[in-house]
Ligand binder design. Structure first.
Ligand code: F6P
Length: 545
């Protein structure tokens, strides 16, 4: 990053944001009938509309200037070239290789990785086919009807989100997910299942994560208790980079699917971590999912900055966070099957960009990643949209919707869904003045005095920004493309912040302290050394032990 050039452009951007950029979206639309055409882009059937954000052509140019000063294109090329851009862990970052087709070439430290990538995919496909067809059976000879994926963070959120998203394409065993160390999670998942017809996938990059290892032991006891100690081989498989640790668990090597240290946990659903998705939808559709991501990779790699969707989204993210000072962004899929997308994006975005040190170890001079949150629409409308419309903070919203649902008989419901999606972005922008609120109430016959009392509560400031992402239909290709869009957007924002998006040291301290506190909670050691609050809380809990 050229800090001096970056600071100069950033100062110009902030000045522009506060003075010349559209101060009111309603006026911007009134003045420029071509605003939608100028501030929206299509990639095949996907449309991204950011005309309801307060940018103009000059703001976009300044943002592109920032990207150049940040060395975005060189950093992107370094990522695709397999250079160790994850500098604090000394690792390459090559999730793009995982979705590349046959014939593509990606190398890490001079070694082409594509042979291994496709070999693992082929082994996964073979295994998935054998489970799905019933050829690979449980120890009693029963076919596998249910799969439990045990993993957490990147070894859970991607598969759980994608599996739910692709429900119309499920034609394999039912897939369940256990992540939380809270025994309630695995207890509730195991309860209705028959061990004789269940396959457990242990998914952990490191194969040391306490939640996953503890739940794996619980599942093992469940299988062994019902089917005997020899059942583990037929009822378990594993996905990990730590092959030695997997073999210690007793899983045969033909049921272990590896990946590599150049795949970050939150970028790993394209690797063997995607096995539960493949089990649910089959290898061909899983390939379509990878192809969708690859199409976006090619777009990101080759399109000019301001015609490049993840770049534009990243620039807008920076605009909102740094130029406008908005602390959060909401992601609202108008798609019930994307219910877990906000949670998935929370890890992707907040674990990547929730940092305070630059790549060089200096304090980041700007705010970094925003709080990312959301729920599907229309449900959110009946919950937290009140705050989005009338709260004291402006929170940019990202709406996601598909033109077509998967329920032709329920077309009317899909149209209602879409009308609501469009109405919310319109309402956020348009708002309602005091005069409009009063006129509306008077027209309904309300007394003047009552109108004056209530009207201020019915005012919407409006001028609240949103971005809308539309696609034809949520299928495997479209989902892969959408996730890759967000992955690269997070990368773009990280370059503008000047941070390493690919480490996650911030999760370590809590893990270390939990290890130290376990014997205290168990009553094996007193709370000496803990602060008074922690000691008091332990005392309370021990009172019930
Ligand atoms: O605690 C954070 C984290 O390290 C994530 O980055 C990762 O996705 C998750 O834990 C799970 O790690 P693993 O796959 O090694 O079990």
């Amino acid at each position: 990053m050229d800090r001096t050039a970056f600071s100069g452009v950033l100062a110009a951007l902030k000045l522009h944001a506060g003075t010349q950029a559209p101060q009111d979206l309603r006026v911007a639309f009134a003045l420029d009938p071509s605003r939608f055409d100028r501030f929206s882009l299509r990639l095949d059937d996907m449309l991204v509309d950011w005309s309801k954000t307060a940018v103009d052509a000059r703001a976009m140019d300044l943002l592109a200037g920032l990207a150049r000063a940040a060395g975005l294109e060189a950093r992107r090329d370094a990522m695709f070239a397999g250079e160790p851009i994850n500098s604090t862990e000394g690792r390459a970052v090559l999730h793009v290789a995982l979705r590349a087709p046959e014939g593509a070439s990606f190398s890490v430290a001079g070694q082409d990785v594509m042979g291994e990538v496709h070999a693992v995919l082929a082994r996964m496909a073979d295994f998935a086919n054998r489970i799905r067809s019933g050829e690979a059976k449980g120890v009693t000879g029963r076919p596998i009807t249910d799969v439990i994926n045990i993993g957490i963070g990147g070894s859970d959120l991607g598969p759980v989100m994608a599996t739910a998203a692709l429900a119309p394409f499920h034609d394999g065993p039912r897939v369940h997910f256990v992540s939380n160390i809270d025994g309630a999670h695995i207890a509730d998942v195991l309860k209705p299942l028959d061990p004789a017809a269940t396959l457990v996938v242990i998914a952990s990059k490191t194969f040391t994560t306490v939640e996953t290892m503890t739940n794996a032991q619980t599942a093992r006891r469940w299988i062994e208790g019902a089917l005997g100690p020899d059942a583990v081989g037929a009822h378990f498989c594993a996905v990990s980079t730590a092959l030695d640790k997997v073999s210690d668990f007793g899983i045969a090597s033909d049921r272990v699917f590896g990946f590599w240290d150049w795949v970050g946990g939150r970028y790993s659903l394209w690797s063997a971590i995607g096995l539960p998705i493949m089990l649910a939808i089959g290898p061909a559709r899983f390939r379509a999912f990878l192809d969708g991501a690859h199409a976006l990779d090619e777009h990101f790699r080759t399109a000019p900055l301001l015609e490049n969707l993840p770049v534009v989204l990243g620039l807008l993210g920076f605009w909102h966070r740094v130029a406008m000072g908005y602390p959060a962004r909401a992601v609202i899929p108008y798609d019930q099957r994307l219910a877990r997308l906000p949670a998935y994006l929370q890890q992707l975005d907040m674990e990547s960009n929730g940092k305070s040190a630059t790549i060089d170890g200096q304090p980041v001079p700007t705010p970094t990643g925003p709080l990312v949150w959301g729920e599907p629409g229309t449900n959110g409308q009946h919950a937290f949209f009140q705050l989005l419309h009338q709260g004291s903070d402006v929170i940019p919203v990202e709406f996601i919707a598909a033109a077509l649902g998967h329920e032709p008989d329920l077309r009317h419901q899909h149209e209602l869904l879409l009308a609501n999606c469009l109405a919310q972005s319109e309402a956020l922008m348009k708002g309602r003045t005091l005069e409009e609120a009063s006129t509306q109430m008077l027209a309904k016959g309300m007394a003047r005095e009552e109108v004056d009392r209530i009207a201020p509560h019915r005012v919407f400031s409006g001028n609240r920004p949103s971005i809308t992402i539309l696609h034809r239909q949520l299928d495997p290709f479209a989902l892969g493309r959408l996730i890759a869009l967000y992955e690269h957007r997070v990368f773009v924002e990280a370059q503008l912040f000047g941070i390493n998006a690919f480490d996650q040291w911030g999760v370590e301290l809590g893990k270390e302290l939990a290890t130290g506190l376990l014997p205290v909670v168990e009553g094996k050691r007193d709370a000496a050394g803990s602060d008074a609050s922690t000691a008091g809380l332990v005392d309370y809990l021990r009172g019930f032990a």
